[in-house]
Design a binder for this molecule. Structure first.
Ligand code: SAH
Ligand code: SF4
Ligand code: F3S
Length: 425
């Protein structure tokens, strides 16, 4: 893996802008999946706007349509096929360019399905070739040839890709790419490759610039941020301390840490730096040690509870959010009750709940004792009911308190209201 500069692609940006000159072209982008994908999309928008396109919010008004896809669960994949189906006539009538990128494109069986059932796309690009989007677009514009630009090897890290951010107060900054954990249910390591960390100097430079531009909140992103390796012993805790020193930044968040790597130095860094938000995302996945073992999570129920307790003892104001999967292969009623037990004990501020979804190529997909759909749904509903029943109690602790909030803009539901998050949310 190398850390490279984006300069070479700038030539393609220039070439495409030359072709597009005075054409008043529009683009539409739909982002599926996690914050890492959102951050990639902001880079795509940065490149695309430099090539002469203006953003629109409807696909059927655009000359360039980009789908940045996710494949973490089946419903994420269905979303792409639904959207593509709707564009068939529009594509035929207008000749708009359709570009498909992101995690799903790294999957061979998806590429095949697209070629057979949705052949009217123009560009397929993967997670390792995002930086080459201007080159791919140039190929289609100049040679009218379909482009499939997906590589299996881990991509290099590109610094200096233009970026057009969604917000003017909060920004996410990817600190590492890929994942080495291979949780047995998860497709991410297959589509995002092995862990690669950015240099801490590059990260700090980016955040210093964001602070100068008026950004107040930074979210550090990676699939497993606490295995960040900035080289020469520079760890995630060092990064947290250094980001905290940047003047102008008032809040720091990070996702996701893995419970198995949540070391004491990271806990100390969170405690010592008031800018670090005191809501920690600590993905549980399951409360059953047996299932956790089959998931290859490398911690037990007790390890998880002990870690949460240790953090809480050191930083009493901390609250937790989490991810939980229900219906992993072989999950019994007892296993599921262990999950409910952890939820009962921790009283998470927020729980992202998922029904287990079989992913082609992962070990869990090959496990024989898959849980029937109706049992998965029934357990999901029971978990949801428990989580919802905890909300009033969780919110009570804020009654009568004064909270410092960062105003993020007008509320989506009511323009008279401002939307905000306090330090914990
Ligand atoms: N790297 C992060 C999360 C990545 S994916 C972490 O480890 O926390 C986000 C969440 O999707 C996971 O935490 C998990 O709860 C869920 N997920 C991943 N694969 C899944 C699958 N096959 N079925 C259902 N949920 C899944
Ligand atoms: Fe997937 Fe596990 Fe990696 Fe998270 S840590 S991305 S759940 S393999
Ligand atoms: Fe989805 Fe890829 Fe993120 S699979 S969850 S968009 S890393």
């Amino acid at each position: 893996m190398e850390i490279l500069n984006f300069d070479k692609e700038n030539d393609y940006i220039k070439k495409v802008s030359e072709i597009n000159k005075n054409r008043n072209l529009k683009y539409y982008i739909l982002t599926m999946g996690c914050m890492l994908n959102e951050n990639d999309s902001e880079k795509l928008c940065g490149m695309i706007e430099k090539m002469g396109y203006t953003k629109v919010s409807e696909a059927q008004k655009a000359d360039l349509i980009v789908f940045n896809t996710c494949c973490v669960r089946e419903n994420a994949e269905d979303k792409l096929f639904g959207n593509l189906g709707e564009l068939k006539t529009y594509k035929r009538e207008t000749g708009a360019i359709i570009a498909l990128g992101g995690c799903m494109m790294q999957e061979k069986h998806i590429q095949e399905k697209l070629k057979v059932s949705y052949p009217y796309f123009d560009i397929i690009f993967g997670t390792h070739t995002l930086n080459k989007f201007p080159e791919d677009l140039f190929t289609i514009l100049s040679k009218k040839e379909k482009v499939t630009d997906v590589i299996d090897i881990d991509g290099d890290i590109y610094e200096g890709i233009p970026i057009k951010r969604e917000s003017s107060v909060k920004a996410s900054v990817t600190i590492m790419y890929g994942c080495n954990n291979f949780c047995s249910y998860c497709i991410v390591p297959y589509v995002r490759g092995r862990e690669r960390s950015r240099k801490h100097e590059d990260i700090l430079k980016e955040i210093t610039k964001l602070a100068k531009d008026g950004y107040k909140e930074i979210t550090l992103l990676g699939q497993n941020v606490n295995s960040y390796d900035g080289g020469s012993g520079y760890k995630f805790s060092n990064l947290l301390n250094d980001v905290s020193k940047i003047e102008g930044i008032e809040r720091i968040r990070f996702i996701s840490p893995h419970p198995k790597d949540f070391t004491g130095d990271v806990i100390d860094a969170i405690k010592q730096n008031p800018k670090i938000c005191k809501i920690l995302h600590l993905p549980l996945q399951s409360g059953s040690s047996n299932i956790l073992n089959k998931m290859n999570r490398k911690y037990t129920k007790n390890d998880y509870l002990t870690l949460a307790k240790k953090i809480k003892e050191k930083i009493p104001e901390v609250v937790f959010s989490t991810d939980i999967i229900v219906g992993f292969p072989g999950e019994t009623e007892e296993d599921f009750n262990e999950t409910l037990d952890v939820v009962n004990q921790i009283k998470f501020e927020q729980v992202f709940m998922f029904i287990y979804s079989r992913r082609v190529g992962t070990p869990a997909d090959k496990m024989e004792n898959q849980v029937p759909e109706e049992i998965k749904h029934e357990r999901f509903n029971r978990l949801k009911a428990l989580v919802e029943s905890q909300v009033p109690e969780n919110n009570k602790k804020y009654l009568g308190t004064t909270q410092k909030v960062l105003v993020e803009g007008e509320s989506k539901n009511n323009k008279e209201m401002l939307t905000r998050k306090n330090r914990n949310k």
